[in-house]
Design a protein around this ligand. Structure first.
Ligand SMILES: Nc1ncnc2c1ncn2[C@@H]1O[C@H](COP(=O)(O)OP(=O)(O)O)[C@@H](O)[C@H]1O
Ligand SMILES: [Mg+2]
Length: 221
């Protein structure tokens, strides 16, 4: 790889931008966590990388946009993937729309699209594991709602309603804590999820159950 710039330093990985085989790439490099036992750490890192590559490919097959994977290096714990150029994270996009104000139509369409994609993903039993507005990207021009799912390091394949319910709950918490006044937006997203999901009733019932558990936990403290 030639010349690279760090674009993100997370808790488990660094993300660089660079060039590989004359393509613009993103390199996600997982680093060891000092507090973990070295052998366990090594195992977890490899597992996350495998999960990430596997879920991305499974999503692609179902027509869900994800970055193309170019290369997985288990020696250096790096995944080389397609750089989603000319894009923002959905977090940045929502913040921009909210700053401008009067952008309800754009926000609604975004929620519809996210609901649709997540139902498609759950229909093929992919659980993302870390749904936040930073882990969804939107390409320019924004009105085309070309969304790309990223960051599948905590994902797994599961048919369990519980896992799907928790996946949505994680997004609900992330959305409401990152963006003010998005309750209605999340409800709208769920409505569109329901249109597309093969098990919407069951998953939404699970979501309600998970919410109740969350509340109980808060009350107990
Ligand atoms: N394929 C990609 N194309 C463009 N930007 C990306 C890509 N992958 C990650 N990023 C950027 O890097 C950030 C962190 O990457 P992510 O995979 O979410 O790692 P982390 O586990 O640290 O959250 C993302 O929020 C996004 O801004
Ligand atoms: Mg992320």
């Amino acid at each position: 790889m030639t010349s690279s710039n760090m674009i993100n330093q997370g808790a488990e990985a660094r993300v660089f931008e660079g060039e590989f085989c004359s393509r613009s790439v993103i390199v996600k490099e997982r680093f060891s966590k000092k507090y973990r036992h070295p052998t366990l750490d090594e195992k977890l890192t490899k597992k996350r990388m495998t999960q990430e590559a596997r879920a991305i490919m499974r999503c692609k097959k179902a027509g869900i946009a994800t970055p193309a994977i170019y290369f997985v290096n288990y020696e250096t714990n790096q995944i080389y993937m397609e750089n989603i150029k000319d894009s923002l994270t959905v977090k940045e996009y929502i913040q921009a729309l909210q700053r401008e104000g009067g952008k309800d139509e754009e926000l609604n369409k975004l929620a519809d699209k996210i609901g649709n994609i997540l139902a498609t993903m759950h229909n093929i039993d992919v659980i993302h594991g870390d749904l936040t507005t930073s882990n969804i990207m939107i390409k320019r021009p924004f009105k085309e709602l070309d969304l790309v799912l990223i960051d599948f390091g905590l994902s797994h394949v599961s048919r369990l309603l519980e896992d799907k319910g928790v996946d949505l709950y994680v997004l609900e918490r992330a959305l409401l804590s990152t963006h003010p006044n998005t309750e209605v937006l999340f409800e709208r997203m769920l409505q569109n999820y329901s249109k597309k999901s093969k098990q919407s009733k069951e998953v939404l019932a699970k979501l309600e159950e998970v919410r109740m558990r969350g509340r109980k936990r808060l009350m107990v403290g």
